[in-house]
Design a protein around this ligand. Structure first.
Ligand SMILES: Cc1cc2nc3c(=O)[nH]c(=O)nc-3n(C[C@H](O)[C@H](O)[C@H](O)COP(=O)(O)OP(=O)(O)OC[C@H]3O[C@@H](n4cnc5c(N)ncnc54)[C@H](O)[C@@H]3O)c2cc1C
Length: 376
Protein backbone atom coordinates (compact mmCIF):
# COMPACT_ATOMS: atom_id res chain seq x y z
CA UNK A 1 0.00 0.00 0.00
CA UNK A 2 1.71 3.18 -1.18
CA UNK A 3 -0.26 5.55 -3.37
CA UNK A 4 -2.73 7.73 -1.47
CA UNK A 5 -5.05 10.11 -3.26
CA UNK A 6 -5.85 13.13 -1.06
CA UNK A 7 -8.80 15.29 -2.10
CA UNK A 8 -8.50 18.93 -0.92
CA UNK A 9 -5.46 21.03 -0.12
CA UNK A 10 -6.63 23.03 2.93
CA UNK A 11 -4.89 22.75 6.29
CA UNK A 12 -6.09 19.14 6.71
CA UNK A 13 -5.05 18.00 3.21
CA UNK A 14 -1.70 19.79 3.37
CA UNK A 15 -0.85 18.31 6.78
CA UNK A 16 -1.88 14.84 5.56
CA UNK A 17 0.28 15.11 2.44
CA UNK A 18 3.25 16.23 4.51
CA UNK A 19 2.87 13.55 7.18
CA UNK A 20 2.38 10.78 4.59
CA UNK A 21 5.29 11.96 2.47
CA UNK A 22 7.58 12.02 5.52
CA UNK A 23 6.45 8.47 6.39
CA UNK A 24 7.46 7.16 2.95
CA UNK A 25 4.03 6.96 1.30
CA UNK A 26 3.22 8.51 -2.07
CA UNK A 27 0.42 11.01 -1.44
CA UNK A 28 -0.90 13.13 -4.28
CA UNK A 29 -3.24 16.02 -3.45
CA UNK A 30 -5.93 17.23 -5.85
CA UNK A 31 -7.19 20.72 -5.04
CA UNK A 32 -10.00 22.43 -6.94
CA UNK A 33 -8.66 26.01 -6.67
CA UNK A 34 -5.99 27.22 -9.08
CA UNK A 35 -3.67 28.40 -6.31
CA UNK A 36 -2.83 27.15 -2.84
CA UNK A 37 -4.32 29.74 -0.55
CA UNK A 38 -5.88 30.32 2.83
CA UNK A 39 -8.17 33.08 3.99
CA UNK A 40 -6.81 36.23 5.65
CA UNK A 41 -7.51 35.26 9.24
CA UNK A 42 -5.74 33.84 12.24
CA UNK A 43 -5.86 30.63 14.17
CA UNK A 44 -4.64 29.67 17.62
CA UNK A 45 -2.64 26.46 17.68
CA UNK A 46 -3.31 25.16 21.18
CA UNK A 47 -0.92 22.71 22.81
CA UNK A 48 -2.74 19.73 21.24
CA UNK A 49 -1.92 21.23 17.82
CA UNK A 50 1.59 22.50 18.57
CA UNK A 51 2.27 18.88 19.55
CA UNK A 52 1.49 17.92 15.94
CA UNK A 53 3.62 20.77 14.61
CA UNK A 54 6.46 19.45 16.72
CA UNK A 55 5.98 15.91 15.38
CA UNK A 56 6.10 17.37 11.86
CA UNK A 57 9.28 19.26 12.78
CA UNK A 58 7.58 22.59 12.15
CA UNK A 59 7.13 23.98 15.64
CA UNK A 60 10.18 26.27 15.64
CA UNK A 61 9.20 27.65 12.24
CA UNK A 62 5.63 28.25 13.49
CA UNK A 63 6.92 30.09 16.56
CA UNK A 64 9.08 32.27 14.31
CA UNK A 65 6.15 33.50 12.22
CA UNK A 66 3.52 33.28 14.97
CA UNK A 67 2.94 34.78 18.40
CA UNK A 68 3.14 33.08 21.78
CA UNK A 69 -0.19 33.16 23.55
CA UNK A 70 -0.59 32.74 27.31
CA UNK A 71 -4.17 33.63 28.30
CA UNK A 72 -7.71 33.30 26.98
CA UNK A 73 -9.79 35.97 28.65
CA UNK A 74 -13.58 36.28 28.44
CA UNK A 75 -15.15 39.67 29.18
CA UNK A 76 -18.55 41.34 29.18
CA UNK A 77 -19.23 43.61 26.21
CA UNK A 78 -18.08 46.61 28.23
CA UNK A 79 -14.83 44.93 29.25
CA UNK A 80 -15.52 43.46 32.70
CA UNK A 81 -13.48 40.28 33.11
CA UNK A 82 -15.61 37.13 33.41
CA UNK A 83 -13.01 34.38 33.14
CA UNK A 84 -9.27 34.39 32.59
CA UNK A 85 -7.81 31.06 31.54
CA UNK A 86 -4.06 30.45 31.52
CA UNK A 87 -3.48 28.32 28.42
CA UNK A 88 0.30 28.11 28.65
CA UNK A 89 0.64 25.51 31.40
CA UNK A 90 1.91 22.76 29.12
CA UNK A 91 5.28 21.48 27.92
CA UNK A 92 4.35 23.01 24.54
CA UNK A 93 3.54 26.63 23.68
CA UNK A 94 0.32 28.03 22.22
CA UNK A 95 0.99 29.81 18.93
CA UNK A 96 -1.39 32.28 17.27
CA UNK A 97 -0.61 32.32 13.56
CA UNK A 98 -1.92 33.70 10.28
CA UNK A 99 -3.70 30.89 8.46
CA UNK A 100 -1.75 31.54 5.26
CA UNK A 101 1.53 31.24 7.19
CA UNK A 102 0.43 27.90 8.65
CA UNK A 103 -0.71 26.69 5.24
CA UNK A 104 2.63 27.70 3.68
CA UNK A 105 4.65 26.03 6.41
CA UNK A 106 2.87 22.77 5.64
CA UNK A 107 3.01 23.12 1.85
CA UNK A 108 6.54 24.28 1.42
CA UNK A 109 7.70 20.95 2.80
CA UNK A 110 5.64 18.90 0.33
CA UNK A 111 7.39 18.25 -3.02
CA UNK A 112 5.59 20.15 -5.81
CA UNK A 113 4.96 17.02 -7.87
CA UNK A 114 2.76 15.84 -5.00
CA UNK A 115 -0.07 18.24 -5.75
CA UNK A 116 -2.33 19.15 -8.63
CA UNK A 117 -4.25 22.41 -8.65
CA UNK A 118 -7.47 23.21 -10.49
CA UNK A 119 -8.73 19.62 -10.18
CA UNK A 120 -12.27 19.18 -8.84
CA UNK A 121 -12.97 15.68 -7.59
CA UNK A 122 -16.28 14.14 -8.71
CA UNK A 123 -16.41 10.47 -7.74
CA UNK A 124 -14.46 7.27 -7.23
CA UNK A 125 -14.84 3.66 -8.32
CA UNK A 126 -13.25 0.61 -6.75
CA UNK A 127 -11.11 -1.72 -8.89
CA UNK A 128 -10.32 -4.75 -6.75
CA UNK A 129 -7.94 -3.57 -4.01
CA UNK A 130 -7.31 -0.29 -5.78
CA UNK A 131 -9.53 2.60 -6.80
CA UNK A 132 -9.94 5.21 -9.50
CA UNK A 133 -10.78 8.84 -8.80
CA UNK A 134 -12.49 10.96 -11.44
CA UNK A 135 -12.26 14.73 -11.82
CA UNK A 136 -14.32 17.38 -13.59
CA UNK A 137 -11.47 18.05 -16.03
CA UNK A 138 -11.66 14.47 -17.28
CA UNK A 139 -8.58 13.47 -15.30
CA UNK A 140 -8.67 9.94 -13.94
CA UNK A 141 -6.13 8.67 -11.41
CA UNK A 142 -5.47 5.37 -9.67
CA UNK A 143 -4.43 4.77 -6.08
CA UNK A 144 -4.36 2.31 -3.19
CA UNK A 145 -6.45 4.52 -0.92
CA UNK A 146 -8.35 7.81 -0.96
CA UNK A 147 -8.64 10.42 1.81
CA UNK A 148 -11.28 13.15 1.56
CA UNK A 149 -9.96 16.37 3.10
CA UNK A 150 -12.41 18.38 1.04
CA UNK A 151 -14.05 20.46 3.75
CA UNK A 152 -17.53 21.30 4.97
CA UNK A 153 -19.35 20.28 1.76
CA UNK A 154 -17.16 17.27 1.07
CA UNK A 155 -18.01 15.17 -2.00
CA UNK A 156 -16.10 12.25 -0.55
CA UNK A 157 -18.29 12.42 2.56
CA UNK A 158 -21.42 12.49 0.37
CA UNK A 159 -20.27 9.29 -1.33
CA UNK A 160 -19.86 7.60 2.08
CA UNK A 161 -22.70 9.08 4.14
CA UNK A 162 -25.18 10.48 1.61
CA UNK A 163 -25.67 13.99 0.35
CA UNK A 164 -26.85 15.70 3.56
CA UNK A 165 -26.33 19.48 3.83
CA UNK A 166 -24.50 20.85 6.88
CA UNK A 167 -26.56 22.48 9.64
CA UNK A 168 -26.66 26.28 9.79
CA UNK A 169 -26.21 27.36 13.42
CA UNK A 170 -27.64 30.89 13.12
CA UNK A 171 -24.40 32.82 13.34
CA UNK A 172 -22.80 35.12 10.81
CA UNK A 173 -19.13 35.90 11.40
CA UNK A 174 -16.70 38.57 10.26
CA UNK A 175 -12.95 38.24 10.42
CA UNK A 176 -10.36 40.97 9.96
CA UNK A 177 -6.64 41.69 10.07
CA UNK A 178 -5.00 45.01 10.87
CA UNK A 179 -1.63 46.41 11.97
CA UNK A 180 -3.33 48.52 14.62
CA UNK A 181 -2.71 47.35 18.19
CA UNK A 182 -5.16 48.91 20.68
CA UNK A 183 -3.60 50.36 23.85
CA UNK A 184 -5.90 48.09 25.86
CA UNK A 185 -4.38 44.94 24.31
CA UNK A 186 -2.59 42.80 26.94
CA UNK A 187 0.53 41.00 25.66
CA UNK A 188 -0.05 37.28 25.17
CA UNK A 189 -3.84 37.52 25.51
CA UNK A 190 -6.80 36.44 23.46
CA UNK A 191 -9.61 38.79 24.53
CA UNK A 192 -13.18 37.64 23.85
CA UNK A 193 -16.16 39.89 24.64
CA UNK A 194 -19.65 38.44 25.01
CA UNK A 195 -22.88 40.40 24.64
CA UNK A 196 -26.48 39.49 23.80
CA UNK A 197 -26.41 37.28 20.69
CA UNK A 198 -23.09 38.84 19.72
CA UNK A 199 -19.43 38.35 20.42
CA UNK A 200 -16.11 39.92 19.47
CA UNK A 201 -12.57 38.64 20.01
CA UNK A 202 -9.04 39.66 19.11
CA UNK A 203 -5.54 38.28 19.36
CA UNK A 204 -2.05 39.12 18.21
CA UNK A 205 -0.57 37.02 15.39
CA UNK A 206 3.06 37.09 14.33
CA UNK A 207 4.59 40.02 12.44
CA UNK A 208 2.67 42.61 14.45
CA UNK A 209 -0.74 41.72 12.99
CA UNK A 210 -3.90 41.88 15.07
CA UNK A 211 -6.59 39.37 14.12
CA UNK A 212 -10.17 39.98 15.20
CA UNK A 213 -13.41 38.07 14.80
CA UNK A 214 -17.05 38.94 15.38
CA UNK A 215 -20.16 36.79 15.48
CA UNK A 216 -23.79 37.87 15.44
CA UNK A 217 -26.96 35.77 15.31
CA UNK A 218 -28.41 36.13 11.81
CA UNK A 219 -30.48 34.24 9.23
CA UNK A 220 -28.57 32.12 6.73
CA UNK A 221 -26.88 33.92 3.78
CA UNK A 222 -27.77 37.36 5.07
CA UNK A 223 -26.31 39.82 2.55
CA UNK A 224 -23.92 42.60 3.55
CA UNK A 225 -25.57 45.84 4.66
CA UNK A 226 -25.61 48.49 1.91
CA UNK A 227 -23.32 50.69 4.03
CA UNK A 228 -20.59 48.04 3.76
CA UNK A 229 -19.04 45.60 6.22
CA UNK A 230 -16.91 48.03 8.17
CA UNK A 231 -19.69 50.56 8.75
CA UNK A 232 -22.17 47.82 9.65
CA UNK A 233 -19.80 46.41 12.27
CA UNK A 234 -19.03 49.87 13.60
CA UNK A 235 -22.76 50.33 14.19
CA UNK A 236 -23.26 46.91 15.77
CA UNK A 237 -20.36 47.31 18.19
CA UNK A 238 -20.34 51.09 18.72
CA UNK A 239 -21.09 50.98 22.45
CA UNK A 240 -18.83 48.00 23.26
CA UNK A 241 -15.39 48.10 24.86
CA UNK A 242 -13.54 50.96 23.02
CA UNK A 243 -10.78 48.74 21.56
CA UNK A 244 -13.47 46.97 19.48
CA UNK A 245 -14.73 49.90 17.36
CA UNK A 246 -11.09 51.01 17.23
CA UNK A 247 -10.02 47.74 15.61
CA UNK A 248 -12.95 47.74 13.19
CA UNK A 249 -12.19 51.29 12.06
CA UNK A 250 -8.51 50.45 11.62
CA UNK A 251 -9.28 47.57 9.24
CA UNK A 252 -9.44 48.00 5.50
CA UNK A 253 -12.88 46.95 4.19
CA UNK A 254 -11.21 44.58 1.71
CA UNK A 255 -9.60 42.71 4.62
CA UNK A 256 -12.92 41.89 6.30
CA UNK A 257 -14.38 38.54 5.34
CA UNK A 258 -17.72 37.04 6.31
CA UNK A 259 -18.66 33.41 6.84
CA UNK A 260 -21.88 31.72 7.96
CA UNK A 261 -21.36 29.09 10.66
CA UNK A 262 -22.29 25.46 10.08
CA UNK A 263 -21.52 22.12 11.64
CA UNK A 264 -22.85 18.58 11.32
CA UNK A 265 -24.14 16.25 14.01
CA UNK A 266 -21.38 13.64 14.50
CA UNK A 267 -22.08 10.65 12.21
CA UNK A 268 -20.32 7.45 11.21
CA UNK A 269 -18.90 5.72 9.28
CA UNK A 270 -16.11 7.95 8.08
CA UNK A 271 -14.45 5.01 6.40
CA UNK A 272 -15.59 2.54 3.81
CA UNK A 273 -12.93 0.11 2.68
CA UNK A 274 -9.91 2.05 1.46
CA UNK A 275 -11.69 5.45 1.51
CA UNK A 276 -11.98 7.79 4.48
CA UNK A 277 -12.43 11.47 5.44
CA UNK A 278 -10.77 13.91 7.81
CA UNK A 279 -10.90 17.52 9.04
CA UNK A 280 -14.07 19.46 8.24
CA UNK A 281 -15.15 16.72 5.82
CA UNK A 282 -15.44 14.36 8.80
CA UNK A 283 -16.33 16.59 11.76
CA UNK A 284 -17.12 20.22 10.94
CA UNK A 285 -17.64 22.17 14.16
CA UNK A 286 -18.44 25.68 15.30
CA UNK A 287 -15.28 27.73 15.93
CA UNK A 288 -16.26 28.48 19.55
CA UNK A 289 -13.55 26.20 20.99
CA UNK A 290 -11.09 27.11 18.21
CA UNK A 291 -10.42 23.46 17.39
CA UNK A 292 -11.42 22.90 13.72
CA UNK A 293 -7.98 23.35 12.17
CA UNK A 294 -6.28 21.94 15.29
CA UNK A 295 -8.22 18.67 15.07
CA UNK A 296 -7.59 18.49 11.29
CA UNK A 297 -3.85 18.52 12.15
CA UNK A 298 -4.42 15.76 14.72
CA UNK A 299 -6.32 13.69 12.12
CA UNK A 300 -3.49 14.03 9.59
CA UNK A 301 -0.96 12.79 12.09
CA UNK A 302 -3.08 9.91 13.42
CA UNK A 303 -4.10 8.64 9.97
CA UNK A 304 -0.43 8.50 8.99
CA UNK A 305 0.47 6.64 12.19
CA UNK A 306 -2.32 4.11 11.53
CA UNK A 307 -1.13 3.56 7.95
CA UNK A 308 2.43 3.09 9.15
CA UNK A 309 1.32 0.51 11.71
CA UNK A 310 -0.94 -1.37 9.35
CA UNK A 311 -0.12 -1.74 5.65
CA UNK A 312 -3.73 -2.69 4.88
CA UNK A 313 -5.55 0.65 4.37
CA UNK A 314 -8.94 -0.87 5.22
CA UNK A 315 -7.78 -1.90 8.71
CA UNK A 316 -5.73 1.30 9.12
CA UNK A 317 -8.73 3.52 8.33
CA UNK A 318 -10.93 1.55 10.76
CA UNK A 319 -8.33 2.08 13.45
CA UNK A 320 -8.00 5.80 12.58
CA UNK A 321 -11.78 6.25 12.85
CA UNK A 322 -11.95 4.38 16.17
CA UNK A 323 -9.25 6.66 17.58
CA UNK A 324 -10.61 9.92 16.22
CA UNK A 325 -14.39 9.67 16.30
CA UNK A 326 -14.92 9.90 20.09
CA UNK A 327 -12.61 12.89 20.57
CA UNK A 328 -13.95 14.89 17.65
CA UNK A 329 -17.58 14.02 18.52
CA UNK A 330 -17.04 15.46 22.01
CA UNK A 331 -15.47 18.65 20.59
CA UNK A 332 -18.23 19.14 17.98
CA UNK A 333 -20.80 18.85 20.80
CA UNK A 334 -18.90 21.10 23.18
CA UNK A 335 -18.47 23.72 20.45
CA UNK A 336 -22.21 23.65 19.79
CA UNK A 337 -22.98 24.08 23.50
CA UNK A 338 -20.66 27.09 23.70
CA UNK A 339 -22.39 28.51 20.62
CA UNK A 340 -25.74 28.22 22.42
CA UNK A 341 -24.41 30.26 25.35
CA UNK A 342 -23.40 32.95 22.86
CA UNK A 343 -26.87 33.04 21.31
CA UNK A 344 -28.62 34.37 24.41
CA UNK A 345 -30.16 37.77 23.69
CA UNK A 346 -32.43 38.58 26.58
CA UNK A 347 -30.49 40.89 28.99
CA UNK A 348 -31.53 38.81 32.01
CA UNK A 349 -30.27 35.62 30.36
CA UNK A 350 -27.04 37.39 29.32
CA UNK A 351 -26.51 38.59 32.90
CA UNK A 352 -27.12 35.09 34.20
CA UNK A 353 -24.75 33.61 31.65
CA UNK A 354 -22.03 36.10 32.64
CA UNK A 355 -22.51 35.33 36.34
CA UNK A 356 -22.54 31.62 35.55
CA UNK A 357 -19.24 31.99 33.67
CA UNK A 358 -17.65 33.73 36.66
CA UNK A 359 -18.87 31.02 39.01
CA UNK A 360 -17.85 28.26 36.62
CA UNK A 361 -14.45 29.72 35.77
CA UNK A 362 -12.44 26.85 37.20
CA UNK A 363 -14.69 24.29 35.45
CA UNK A 364 -14.20 26.18 32.15
CA UNK A 365 -10.49 26.30 32.72
CA UNK A 366 -10.41 22.53 33.41
CA UNK A 367 -12.40 21.82 30.30
CA UNK A 368 -10.00 23.83 28.08
CA UNK A 369 -7.09 22.19 29.86
CA UNK A 370 -8.45 18.70 29.11
CA UNK A 371 -8.91 19.56 25.41
CA UNK A 372 -5.42 20.99 25.07
CA UNK A 373 -3.75 18.23 27.11
CA UNK A 374 -4.59 15.60 24.46
CA UNK A 375 -1.52 14.29 22.61
CA UNK A 376 -2.34 12.43 19.40
C1 LIG B 1 -15.17 31.91 11.33
C2 LIG B 1 -14.29 30.72 11.55
C3 LIG B 1 -13.28 30.78 12.50
C4 LIG B 1 -12.47 29.67 12.74
N1 LIG B 1 -11.51 29.76 13.70
C5 LIG B 1 -10.76 28.67 13.99
C6 LIG B 1 -9.75 28.72 15.01
O1 LIG B 1 -9.53 29.75 15.64
N2 LIG B 1 -9.05 27.60 15.27
C7 LIG B 1 -9.24 26.44 14.58
O2 LIG B 1 -8.55 25.43 14.86
N3 LIG B 1 -10.18 26.36 13.60
C8 LIG B 1 -10.93 27.44 13.29
N4 LIG B 1 -11.88 27.37 12.32
C9 LIG B 1 -12.12 26.07 11.64
C10 LIG B 1 -11.11 25.80 10.54
O3 LIG B 1 -11.11 26.87 9.64
C11 LIG B 1 -11.48 24.53 9.81
O4 LIG B 1 -11.82 23.52 10.70
C12 LIG B 1 -10.28 24.04 8.97
O5 LIG B 1 -9.90 25.02 8.06
C13 LIG B 1 -10.64 22.76 8.25
O6 LIG B 1 -9.62 22.42 7.36
P1 LIG B 1 -9.89 21.34 6.23
O7 LIG B 1 -8.59 21.19 5.50
O8 LIG B 1 -10.53 20.14 6.80
O9 LIG B 1 -11.00 21.99 5.29
P2 LIG B 1 -10.89 23.29 4.34
O10 LIG B 1 -10.00 24.31 4.92
O11 LIG B 1 -12.30 23.68 4.02
O12 LIG B 1 -10.19 22.74 3.04
C14 LIG B 1 -10.89 21.94 2.11
C15 LIG B 1 -10.16 22.07 0.77
O13 LIG B 1 -10.75 21.16 -0.15
C16 LIG B 1 -10.95 21.80 -1.40
N5 LIG B 1 -12.06 21.09 -2.06
C17 LIG B 1 -13.36 21.09 -1.71
N6 LIG B 1 -14.07 20.32 -2.56
C18 LIG B 1 -13.18 19.81 -3.45
C19 LIG B 1 -13.30 18.93 -4.58
N7 LIG B 1 -14.50 18.41 -4.94
N8 LIG B 1 -12.19 18.62 -5.29
C20 LIG B 1 -10.96 19.13 -4.94
N9 LIG B 1 -10.79 19.98 -3.89
C21 LIG B 1 -11.89 20.30 -3.14
C22 LIG B 1 -11.26 23.24 -1.02
O14 LIG B 1 -11.02 24.13 -2.09
C23 LIG B 1 -10.31 23.47 0.16
O15 LIG B 1 -9.04 23.92 -0.26
C24 LIG B 1 -12.68 28.48 12.02
C25 LIG B 1 -13.68 28.41 11.05
C26 LIG B 1 -14.48 29.53 10.82
C27 LIG B 1 -15.56 29.43 9.77
Amino acid sequence: MKQVIVIGGGIGGAATALALDRAGFEPVVYERTQTLREVGAGVALWANATHIMKQLDLLDAAIQVGYLTTNYQFLSQKGRELVNIAVDGFELPVVAIHRAELHQLLWRNVPSEKFYLGETFEHFERQGDRLNAYFRSGLQVEGDALIGADGLRSRVRSALLGDVPPTYRNFKTWRGLTNHVPDAYRQGYIHEFLGGGKGFGYMMLGKGKMYWYAAVTAPESQPDATIGRQKELEQIFQDWFPAIPELIMATDETHILTTDLYDRPPAKPWSQGNVTILGDAAHPMLPTMGQGACTALEDAYVITKCLKENPDPIAAFQHYEALRFPRTKAIVEQSLQSGKMGKLKNPLAVGLRNTFMKVMSSAMSNSFHALHAYRA
